[in-house]
Write a protein that binds this ligand. Structure first.
Ligand code: FES
Ligand code: FES
Length: 158
């Protein structure tokens, strides 16, 4: 089966009902996408499918054939000199020193980047709502909100 991942076509051998998460991690070595709950609740496995934040642990690969899959490894871009250019969300998570253990962070950034693509000028309430289904066991929620707000240039409370 052929999948389109991070702007490249890749051939995978996993059965068609295999969750995308396991294909990314085990077959393709894209381990930036994390396993948390495995049942679609925590958000740590979030990737983009045609630009939509999607939980890869409950997404069979048969459902994403011919769709553009982006993982955290594909969120940044490359400039004309071949240098990596971080996505504004990635840069904001660094600037706000968001991560603690980091386990949830790729899912947080994939959710935030898809959200900001759809809503570039959100209110604080919309930011909180958009990020509320991505769990962080380290409790970095205030800094996550600050980072998303930094990209959106939104005023938020601490
Ligand atoms: S591992 Fe997919 S939502 Fe938790
Ligand atoms: S930074 Fe540790 S779970 Fe979020």
């Amino acid at each position: 089966m052929e999948l389109k991942i991070n702007n490249a076509s890749v051939e995978v051998t996993a059965p068609q009902d295999e969750p995308l998460l396991w294909v990314l991690r085990d077959e393709l070595g894209l381990t930036g996408t994390k396993f948390g709950c495995g049942i679609g609740i925590c958000g740590s496995c979030t990737v983009h499918v045609d630009g939509v934040a999607t939980r890869s642990c409950i997404t069979p690969i048969s459902s994403v054939v011919d769709k553009a899959i982006t993982t955290i490894e594909g969120l940044s871009t490359t400039d004309e000199n071949g240098e990596e250019v971080l996505h504004p969300v990635q840069q904001a998570f660094i600037d706000e020193q968001v991560p603690q253990c980091s386990w949830c962070m790729s899912g947080q950034m994939m959710t935030a980047s898809a959200f900001l693509q759809q809503n570039p000028s959100p209110s604080e309430e919309e930011i909180v709502d958009a990020m509320s289904n991505n769990y962080c066991r380290c409790g970095c929620y205030v800094r996550i909100k600050a980072a998303v707000a930094r990209v959106a240039k939104a005023e938020v409370s601490a």
